[in-house]
Ligand binder design. Structure first.
Ligand code: S3P
Length: 173
């Protein structure tokens, strides 16, 4: 059973869609950020503040590799995970399927403005927008790209993901 890795920007709904998708498939759900919080016994902002981003990224790659070794899981990655080539390689080598939840900036902005706590990579809207633009080409390396409006419920997005995976045609909708 191939693992599914949800990728995309902060606020895209990777964790809520991932949990809904895992429930539908009867797969185990793994939240990569949660794994990192457990590993460091600290919040993500604390990890960034105390150890720095490089240490966070190294641990992220290590935890991702552990996830890739498992079977039948749905993994919600962090917003930066898929933007690192070595991480994309871990996913593809493990025959995992990557799914990019592609939301319009306006919707991401709305969500992040409402709650950006716990997100050390979020500074202010303009900075987040240029980070998204910088990262978008990396996210588009995903096997499946799902263009969303942002009004869809997590279970509806999970259903869309399933339809695309069943069709077996990695494509954008
Ligand atoms: C990050 C996104 C976060 C978390 C960390 C770094 C990023 O995950 O991994 O704060 O670089 O965009 P979410 O996308 O779940 O917020």
């Amino acid at each position: 059973m191939r693992n599914i890795f949800l990728v995309g920007f902060m606020g895209a709904g990777k964790s809520s869609v991932g949990a809904a998708l895992a429930a539908r498939l009867g797969h185990r759900f793994i939240d990569l950020d949660e794994r990192l919080r457990e590993r460091f016994e600290a919040s993500i902002p604390e990890v960034f503040a105390v150890h720095g981003e490089d240490v966070f990224r190294a641990a992220e790659t290590d935890e991702l590799a552990r996830c890739a070794d498992e079977q039948g899981t749905v993994v919600a990655t962090g917003g930066g995970t898929f933007c690192i080539g070595a991480n994309r390689e871990i996913i593809s080598k493990s025959k995992g399927v990557s799914v990019y939840l592609d939301l319009p900036w306006e919707e991401l902005d709305r969500r992040l403005a409402a709650d950006n706590s716990g997100r050390p990579k979020y500074d202010r809207a303009e900075q987040a927008r240029s980070l998204l633009e910088e990262r978008q080409p990396e996210y588009r390396h995903a096997d499946v790209v799902i263009a969303l409006e942002g009004s869809e419920r997590p279970d509806e997005v999970a259903e869309l993901v399933l339809e695309l995976l069943r069709e077996g045609t990695p494509c954008a909708i």
